[in-house]
Design a binder for this molecule. Structure first.
Ligand SMILES: Cc1cc2nc3c(=O)[nH]c(=O)nc-3n(C[C@H](O)[C@H](O)[C@H](O)COP(=O)(O)O)c2cc1C
Length: 197
C-alpha cells in the first residue's frame, strides 16, 4: 500500500480502511461493489452511471472496471480522463468518494487475463454488434445478441478501465458524531486528515 510517506492525523488508518473496503468489494459482492462513476462529456455536462468495481491494487492505488469500448463513458474519459467514483455500503455506513484519472488498458496480455476471469453472463454484455445507445428498430425490444459470432468479436469490444486514485473522501455516517477524512496523493505520498463532516 502507498502508505510509506503518508502523513497527517488519521492518514494511515484511513488509507488502510479505504483499501480494505475496496479489496473486499472487488473480491466478493459487498455494498461497495456497485459504484457510481462520474465523467464529464465533451459539452462539459456531468454524466454518471453505475459500474461494477472488479479489481483494485492498493500498492498502485488503483481501481478498475470493465465496459464496452464503444460506450459514451469511454469516449468521455478519453477526452477528459479525470473521473469521480463513489460507493456507499449501507451495512457499514461508509461512503468513499474517489477522484482520479482513468486509462483504458492497451496491454493485450492484461486484457486477455481480465477477459478470462469473466463468466458467460458478463461476456454476453459484449455480444451486441451495435454500440451501446444505438436506437433499436421500431419492432425490437432488445438487441439481438450475435451468439454465433466468434468470442474474439466480443473480446474486441471489451475495455478494461483503470482509475488511478488521487484523492479519497471517506465519510463514516455510522459513527456518532460522523467522521470524515480527506486524503490527497502526491506521487506515492498521501496527506490530509479529518475535516468537519
Ligand atoms: C447493477 C448495474 C451494474 C452495471 N455494471 C456496469 C459495468 O460494470 N460496466 C458498464 O459499462 N456498465 C455497467 N452498467 C450499465 C451502466 O450503468 C450504463 O447504463 C451503461 O454502461 C452505459 O453508460 P454510458 O452510456 O454512460 O457509457 C451497470 C448497470 C447496473 C444497473
Amino acid at each position: 500500500m502507498t502508505t510509506a510517506q503518508s502523513t497527517g492525523p488519521g492518514v494511515p488508518a484511513t488509507l488502510a480502511a479505504t483499501w480494505r473496503t475496496l479489496t473486499e468489494a472487488t473480491s466478493r459482492r459487498t455494498g461497495s461493489t456497485l459504484a457510481a462513476l462520474a465523467t464529464v462529456d465533451p459539452t462539459g455536462a456531468p454524466q454518471v452511471r453505475s459500474v461494477i468495481l472488479r479489481a483494485c491494487d492498493p500498492d498502485r492505488g488503483t481501481v478498475a472496471f470493465a465496459t464496452d469500448v464503444r460506450s459514451a463513458k469511454v469516449h468521455e474519459l478519453r477526452v477528459e480522463p479525470r473521473v469521480a467514483v463513489t460507493v456507499y455500503d449501507d451495512a457499514t455506513g461508509v461512503q468513499l468518494r474517489l477522484a482520479g484519472r482513468a486509462t483504458v488498458a492497451t496491454d493485450p496480455e492484461e486484457r486477455r487475463r481480465r477477459w478470462a476471469g469473466f463468466g458467460a453472463h458478463t461476456r454476453r454484455a459484449y455480444a451486441s454488434p451495435t454500440p451501446p445507445g444505438t436506437p433499436l428498430a421500431p419492432d425490437a425490444t432488445t438487441t439481438a445478441a450475435r451468439v454465433d459470432e466468434p468470442d474474439d468479436a466480443w473480446f474486441d469490444r471489451f475495455a478494461w478501465v483503470e482509475v488511478r486514485v488521487d484523492a479519497v473522501d471517506r465519510l463514516d455516517v455510522s459513527a456518532d458524531p460522523q467522521e470524515r477524512v480527506l486524503l490527497t496523493r502526491d506521487g506515492d505520498a498521501w496527506t490530509g486528515g479529518p475535516v468537519t463532516p
